[in-house]
Each structure stands twice: as structure tokens, then as C-alpha cells.
Design a protein around this ligand. Sequence first.
Ligand code: CO
Length: 495
Amino acid sequence: MPAYSSGFRSLDAEHDDLALDVTGEIPSWLSGSLVRNGPGKFEVGGQRVEHWFDGLAMLHKFRFDAGSVSYSNRFLRTETYRRAVEEGEISSQFATSGGYLDQLKSFLGDPTDNANVNVARVGGEYVALTETLRRVRFDPESLAVQDHLDYADDLTVHHVTAHLQRDDRRGETVGYATQFGRTNRYHVYRVSDEQSAAGKIERVPVVSLDVDRPAYLHSFALTPRYAVLVEPPFVTNPMRFLLPGEGGFIDNFRWRPERGTRFLAVERETGDLVVERRVTPFFFFHTVNAFESEGDIVVDLVAYEDAEIVSNLFMGAVGEEVESVDERGERAPDSGPDLNAADGELTRFRIPVADDSESVRRRSVYTGTELPRVAPQARTKRYRYAYGQATAREGQTGLVKVTVETGEATEWWADDHYAGEPIFVPKPAEDVEGTEGADAPEDRGVVLAPALDAERGQSLLVVLDGERFEELARAEVPHHIPFGFHGEFFPEVER
Ligand code: CO
């Protein structure tokens, strides 16, 4: 058993606005709520889910007010949750199969609503997101499920990103989705704030691109002018979904390095495909940021040599020789994923837009990171700092602040601690002495990250100073929190 196995143990307790003990000092200007998503329960009907990505969703909220912090957590009480808890029924998901019939159902009309990957505000609604087309609306104060968010359009899609991107300047949210069928398509779409405010939350296609073998895409890149799909050669023949077989969604994908990884850049205004470039294959889950510079599109992402990382995150991966996805055999699912199996490489790609004869340039920035974030004001712009989980030490995960131009890095580690996704919260302009908001340094603020103290089997929230990247405070949660994925800071959620 790895030291961090409590991070993959189910959590039963739910709390409502529990005041947490704080060591150190939380800045008094910090106000609002960090809402995080992830699996809370890994067993259904006596069976354990097969992949980290498949546990039943639980929301966690850390609410900050005048130097204090309170904690709430609640299972996302969806249809999938109800069927799991009341009927012991396991749903077909990312890598867990409910059996052949379920697998078929799951992609042709009855997708799971176990939205355990991310949270976002779309068209004014707070939603929990996963990679199926079910979005779960929740009340950010009580964390109670409201209903599903259904878009007022008839776009047919089967796999979606849980990483939507906000563009405040244009007043829209941008996303993409994959349609499987006789023709497979990637759809890039926008959801306009203005229309949403008028009661019509609708995806308007920017472009729909035909693709022969759709890839597993987890996130994308956005600049003011372009939306960039990054397509690793981890692809499926959608006919596989119709064939009898075991396994979940991801088991239908194969690594085909000969295809290379493809950058597809679409002009957001016109929908024109302006870049289609293949480069040496790599796999990735997360883009960090993107922007335009001197006629190039610059895309920063966390790259892996291949898609083996997907196998490493199966529940039984620890301590085993990890085989290729094709040959994955039976595993004892109680040991948990192998968190130190692969080092993600923060990598910068410069993609020329106008000149096809110019090559795509690749530069390694920092090795050993995942779950990357940037300051909200830095998105889609030339920027200085990326924050991420640091993964390069065996037996723990830390946090890192990387100066992206130079690769210079400041890390935070604590013995036996396993830190998760760090979220940067800027200090509001009115609280920054002697600077106008626009001139405030990009790292003026705090970084919030969950961490598991594996020694004690208890979790905490770490508050780091954004500039010095040193611990300001920690708030103790009275139990462990299973390792989660993504969250968002909502300054307006004050209760
Ligand atoms: Co993600």
C-alpha cells in the first residue's frame, strides 16, 4: 500500500460550514469560496470503481471571510449517485464498465451524470462538469444539486471537455465536444453571456471539423483570436463502441504514434481552420495557457511521451508493471493509482500561423508537474507564472511556481504531504497599496491548494503567498479528503 492510500479511500462525512482551525494567518482581504470537485466514494454495490476518474462526485467548499475559513462538503446527489447508493448499480464511465449493455447505453443515450471533474460558471449557472453531456447545476451556498443544465440547441455530441474557457473580454465561454458516428466531428462552440442572461443558454458552433479517428481530448487552448485543439494520437474507431467488449469509454482508445500529435487552430471570429500541423507525438491532459506573439500561437501544456499515464491512474496501478493500454490485464483495485509513475513536462510550443514552411518549435520549461493553473488575469495573454502540482519526488507531491519564460521554479514541499491543484486568487485592486489594478504584479495574491497529510491520514488547505511562494497558513480538515481534480475560486460566493 502506498503512503497516500487514504487519498483513495471513500469519505462518508458531510459538513455544513464547519469552522476550521487555522495555523498561521490567512490574509483578511481573501473573501469568497474555493469550490473543488473530485471523487468522494469509490465503492458501489460492493464493487470498487476501476479508475480514479470514476468515483462518485463530491463537492468541497472552503469559504473565506476576514481571515477565517469554513468547510462544507456534499456528495453530488445525481441520478448516478442515487442508483449507486440505493440500488448498488455501477454506471459506465471513463474506465469502469457497467457491462456491455451499459457501455452501449452510456454513449448512445444514457450517459452518466456523475460530474466529478470540474466546476464552472456557465451563463450565470454554477455547474459540475464531467466529460459526458450531462452538466449538473448546483447551489454554490448549500452545494445541493438543483437539476441538469440543458443547452437550448440541438448539437449532437458524445464526449465533451470539462475544461471550458472563459473569455471575459468577449463575454463568452468557449468549449469543444466530439461527435461519434458515421461521421466523426470535433465541434468548437461558444456560449454567449448576453444570450444566457436573456434565458437562452445555447452553444453556437464556431466550427465543426470532420475527423476519421477521433482522439481523446481533455482540454484545449484559447487565445484572443484562436481556439486551438491539440490532438494526441490516442484515438478510437467509434465502431468499437458498438462491439461487444469489456471496459469503459477510455478502453476504446489506442496509442498510434505514427499519426503524430496535431495542432488545429481555428479563428474564433470566422471559424476558419488556419493551422493544421503535425509534430512528434506526445500525450497531454492539460493546457496551461496560450497567447499570440509575433504571428505565432504560443501554447503551453503539460506533455507526456505517450498515453501510459492513463493506465497509471487505474485503481490498481501501484506497484505493478504497467502494461500498455492494449494489454491491460486484471488488477487488484485496492492499491490506488500510481501518482509518481510519470513526470509531466511543462512544454512551450510556438506555432507559426502564416508560414507552413516554418517549423513548430518546442521547448521544455519544467519537468515534474500536473494540474497547471495561471492567474485569471493572465489567461490568453503573454504571462509570467504557471502554478502546478509538483510530482518529481517519490513519496509526496508538492506545489510549484514556474517562471515560464526562463523555467526558473520555486517549489513547496512538506514531508508525507500530497498536494493537489493550486488555484491562484489575485488580491483585489482596491487592496493593493500604491498600484492601480492593471499594474499589480501577476503573482500579487495567494495560492490555495488541498493537501493530504499521509502520515496522519488527514487533509488540509494550504494558503501560500503568491509572490514568495511560501506558506502563510494552513486550515485543518477533520478527516481525509479523497484526491480530487479541479476547482474554481468564486469571489462572489460569500455564504
Ligand atoms: Co482535467
